[in-house]
Design a protein around this ligand. Structure first.
Ligand code: CDP
Length: 227
């Protein structure tokens, strides 16, 4: 039986999880799974179809109709929702807010977790999200919890949006991040929290290279022990 490696990276919004995870996936030749993009895709689907997430029947049938897969195109990761590339559409502010709202719904979470386990199945994989080390893969080989101050996360997200040519306001981004942190941490199902056995890394004063190296050191120092 082949043994697979699972790396879980959790943490609050804009803490550098996906940038870090993508680089590590590349360096260690792992499959990368952006679970946040999946909640965003659900939000986009409901929004586009005008489905009220409080309507249980409509939500159930929407979740049955949703097909999500990822593809790497020219080195960058794309998400497809029912065969349509929605990689940019899922990043607009109202979908970002809505993703955190739909992520509170138990049925949505159950379906996403099922899909995440299916996609990851049998692969060496690195996943980033909020509940990877606590719920999706509680037995992951490595668990990291990335944090950073609210100000530095807001600034990073602002720069990221700015570089993409998206008009945005730093103080508004800060307010939205704080709202999402609170909403994600307080929800009843699979709230954002550090797994007891996760290694916490405060990236406030770290460069991307430094945080990647920190994680790689932990992994390479112990891979010999894995069997
Ligand atoms: O990139 P950013 O950190 O801003 O957010 P994201 O990872 O794309 O996640 C968007 C939203 O999806 C979060 O605010 C969470 O509410 C939700 N999410 C979740 O509940 N569980 C996950 N495993 C991943 C994301």
């Amino acid at each position: 039986m082949s043994v697979t490696m699972i790396i879980a990276i959790d943490g609050p919004a804009a803490s550098g999880k996906s940038t870090t995870a993508k680089i590590i996936a590349d360096r260690l030749d792992l499959l990368y799974l952006d679970t946040g993009a999946m909640y965003r895709a659900v939000a986009l689907y409901l929004s586009a179809k005008g489905i009220d997430s409080a309507d249980e029947n409509a939500l159930r049938s929407a979740l049955e109709d949703i097909d999500i897969y990822f593809q790497q195109i020219d080195g960058s990761y794309h998400i497809f929702l029912n065969a349509v590339d929605v990689s940019s559409d899922i990043r607009v502010p109202h979908i970002t807010k809505m993703s955190s709202e739909v992520a509170c719904i138990r049925e949505v979470r159950e379906r996403m977790v099922e899909m995440q386990r299916e996609i990851a199945g049998g692969h060496d994989v690195i996943l980033d999200g909020r509940d990877i080390g606590t719920v999706v893969f509680p037995n992951a080989d490595y668990k990291f919890y990335l944090t950073a101050s609210l100000d530095s996360r807001a600034l990073r997200r602002f720069k990221e949006q700015h570089e993409k040519g998206i008009d945005c306001d730093l103080s508004e981004i800060r307010v939205q991040l704080a709202w999402r942190d609170e909403n994600d941490s307080q929800r009843a199902f699979a709230p954002l929290k550090k797994a007891d056995d996760a290694i916490e890394i405060d990236t406030t004063h770290l460069s991307i290279d430094q945080q990647v190296e920190g994680i790689l050191q932990v992994i390479t120092a112990t891979t010999g022990e894995r069997q």
